[in-house]
Design a binder for this molecule. Structure first.
Ligand code: FAD
Length: 303
């Protein structure tokens, strides 16, 4: 089933995310977690794309064994166009109907000219040193190729607080509009911890003509280490209310998990109450977290 068909439904829905294993040894554990999340019957499940591979296999399993629609992420910046085309063909052969088309982060350790920080990535692009011939520079080029290669429902990423490489939010929104015009059916947001940031972003995006459905992405933070990673990766704003929770409960794993789930639940209720019907939860291979959030919303989701 295409995600665009799910998004027309006017009742509250949740989707969940898993990431593939980084090593073969970890495969069974990831599969077990994936299956436990699929049993919750979310409206769809997304599978991230990383260096270890395995996205197509897990996305097919979710769809074929659990009849849960799956969304395969695909990044393009670390591969040649030829390699990416092969992956698109594999996804098509596996019957995957939904792809989240992403540029990916410009690699820091590869044959590419090496940026040590996002600002250098920006400079390399500006200087014309990136991309190398036969490679992609932005997600919009990947979206155009996916569109040519099959009848996929195509999603893309958006950033309520602006992408880290963008000096100005208005440029980021202009690039987003270009990307959507390349053939995007829906957008999923980067995580955010203050819903007002999302509402403000939606206003600015709509004003600039981005009219496709936007699915807010909510990250339940269940341990204090995640917070450090989030801050280093995405520059996400952490509200005082959230920081107080981490300060008070960060060194008590069970309390932190409970508080993180409650905070995410609260954000989701507010989003539903403000007319959003679909929320994506970054459940990170943690069935207990996905299940707890779903249970907290049982009457709202009517499951
Ligand atoms: P783009 O849309 O190409 O944008 C990247 C930067 O370039 C932005 O600053 C944008 O403003 C600018 N830009 C875009 N188009 C143009 C243009 N035409 N001209 C000039 N500048 C332009 N990473 C993974 O490795 N695996 C995953 O599975 C994964 N899943 C993700 C899921 C979501 C929902 C999100 C929000 C992110 C995900 N990421 C993932 C991270 C993502 O790959 C990085 O954030 C990456 O740096 C940007 O990818 P993008 O597709 O948004 O890039």
């Amino acid at each position: 089933m295409k995600i665009s068909d799910i998004l027309v439904e006017k009742t509250p829905h949740l989707s969940f995310e898993v990431f593939p294993p980084k090593t073969d040894a970890a495969y069974e554990g990831v599969l077990k977690a994936t299956e436990a999340i699929a049993e919750l019957k979310p409206s769809y499940m997304s599978v991230t794309y990383g260096a270890g591979g395995g996205t197509s296999k897990i996305a097919s399993h979710i769809k074929d064994k659990y009849n849960v629609p799956s969304l395969a992420h695909l990044t393009c910046v670390s591969s040649t166009k030829e390699e990416v085309h092969q992956v698109i063909d594999q996804l098509k052969a596996a019957g995957i109907e939904n792809i989240l088309a992403l540029r990916g982060d410009i690699p820091q350790e590869s044959e590419f000219p090496l940026p040590n920080h996002y600002q250098y990535a920006y400079e390399l692009i500006e200087d014309g040193q990136f991309p190398l011939p036969g490679q992609y520079s932005h997600a919009c080029e990947l979206i155009e190729d996916i569109k040519k290669m099959g009848d996929f429902c195509i999603g893309a990423a958006c950033y309520p607080e602006g992408h880290v490489e963008s000096e100005h939010k208005k440029d980021d929104i202009a690039h987003l509009k270009q990307k959507v015009d390349c053939g995007v059916d829906f957008l999923t947001t980067q995580m955010f911890f203050d819903n007002n940031i999302l509402y403000n972003f939606l206003y600015r995006a709509r004003e600039k003509g981005v009219t496709v459905p936007v699915i807010p992405g909510i990250m339940p933070v269940t341990n204090a280490n995640q917070v450090k990673r989030i801050l280093s990766m995405s520059g996400t704003n952490l509200p005082e209310r959230f920081k107080a929770i981490v300060d008070r409960f960060g060194d008590n794993p069970k309390a932190m998990q409970q508080a993180g789930i409650a905070y995410a639940t609260d954000q989701i209720i507010d989003l539903f109450a403000n007319g959003i019907n679909h929320v994506h939860v970054y459940s990170m291979n943690k069935p207990e977290v996905a299940a707890a959030i779903q249970a907290n919303l049982s009457e709202i989701l009517n499951k």
